[in-house]
Design a binder for this molecule. Structure first.
Ligand code: GAL
Length: 358
């Protein structure tokens, strides 16, 4: 690492010298090419991430090579290998499978390419330099707090029926979201104000491979058929909007959403367009908004700092141990959004136009 820094700092001062000689006019940045490996275009958020990171890097004078692995870990490894062969100066990676990148990141280290773990922490390798994400445990807490408030659990109300969903088992964020939620929900499960009729409460029982909405829909349908013949479900902890939409679809096909059988509270994450529209229509209850423009900006600044021999800013008090080393982290804050504040947060905040939400 120290060696890599020294090399980068040396390269940066050379660039600055060239710039001073007028060979790199108009920017004090090292002009370079940045490889960006995103997980999938199936979810709208990653498309926004890709566009925002490219825009911010271009504004700093960088060229970019953006690839999507379409939720296939092997394809992502091949794409990163290819970016290394093309001689990129830095890599920004949102991993599909957090443990499958060990081999390819050895190649990146051998080529002295710095690596930023974007949104999802890459595990089990020393060859990752920084982690840029949101406070993911807080995401889980915001989802749980929403359920607690809406059901009046702090006022002693209950018992209520809840079902739990978690994200993809190969995504490190899944654990953070679930732990954050369960930290707040567990006391109510213990006091029986919340009851999980399916009995599925362990993380490994509630994960959703690749965050896939149809997979969540199938699981919710199975649970409704098996455990809710003569009962109703009052809340569903859903960690991501794609899962929320799948869950809502299952609920509707079991008659929820009518006046006699209202939809339960359903949480979410990412403020994806379909979910914000669903919130406005009174179906999905909540989402957790993460301003991806900020994530992109922090990442682009970090890349620029690294390539110019400056110490990138980190703001997390703790470095995140990825099993091989503590990775210095910059974490942003998420915001809970529902019908009462979507206009203020998302429209006035410039994330969506009012027309997009029609
Ligand atoms: C997670 C990410 C979430 C959500 C999910 C599914 O890693 O932190 O915001 O996008 O993937 O794409």
């Amino acid at each position: 690492m120290r060696n890599r820094r020294a090399v980068l700092a040396g390269a940066a001062s050379l660039v600055l010298t060239l710039a001073a000689c007028g060979q790199n006019s108009g920017s004090s940045s090292k002009v370079g090419t940045i490889g960006i490996a995103m997980p999938t275009q199936a979810s709208e958020r990653w498309i926004t991430d890709g566009k925002s990171v490219v825009k911010d890097l271009k504004a700093k004078g960088y060229e970019t090579k953006l690839v999507y692995g379409e939720d296939d870990p092997k394809r992502q490894v091949a794409q990163i290998e290819d970016l290394i062969k093309q001689g990129v100066d830095a890599l920004i990676i949102a991993a599909i499978d957090n443990e499958s990148l060990n081999g390819v990141l050895k190649q990146a280290a051998a080529a002295k390419i710095p690596v930023i773990s974007y949104d999802r922490l890459i595990l089990g390798t020393k060859n990752v330099d920084y982690y840029v994400s949101f406070d993911n445990e807080q995401v889980g807490r915001l989802q749980a707090r929403y359920i607690i408030e809406k059901l009046g659990l702090e006022d002693g109300k209950g018992p209520f029926n809840i079902e739990l969903f978690a994200g993809s088992p190969d995504d490190n964020n899944t654990k953070y979201f679930f732990d954050g939620s369960m930290h707040l929900l567990q006391p109510y499960l213990d006091s029986k104000q919340l009851v999980v009729r399916s009995g599925q409460t362990a993380l490994k029982q509630v994960t959703t491979l690749r965050w896939d909405g149809p997979t969540a829909k199938k699981r919710m349908s199975r649970i409704l058929a098996a455990s809710y013949a003569n009962r109703k479900v009052d809340a569903v902890l859903a960690p991501y909007d794609g899962i929320s939409i799948g869950v809502l679809s299952a609920l509707k096909s079991y008659g929820y959403g009518s006046s006699g059988k209202p939809l339960p509270i359903v949480t979410g994450q990412d403020a994806e367009l379909a979910s914000v529209k669903s919130i406005i229509a009174g179906e999905q209850s909540q989402t957790v908004y993460k301003d991806l423009r900020q994530l992109a900006e922090v990442t682009a600044n970090m890349v620029d700092d690294i390539l110019n021999g400056r110490q990138p800013r980190v703001n997390s008090r703790r470095a995140y141990n990825n099993g091989a080393k503590p990775v210095p982290a910059y974490l942003l804050q998420p915001t809970s959004v529902d019908k009462s504040n979507y206009n203020y947060v998302l429209v006035l905040g410039g994330y969506y136009t009012a027309a997009e939400l029609q």
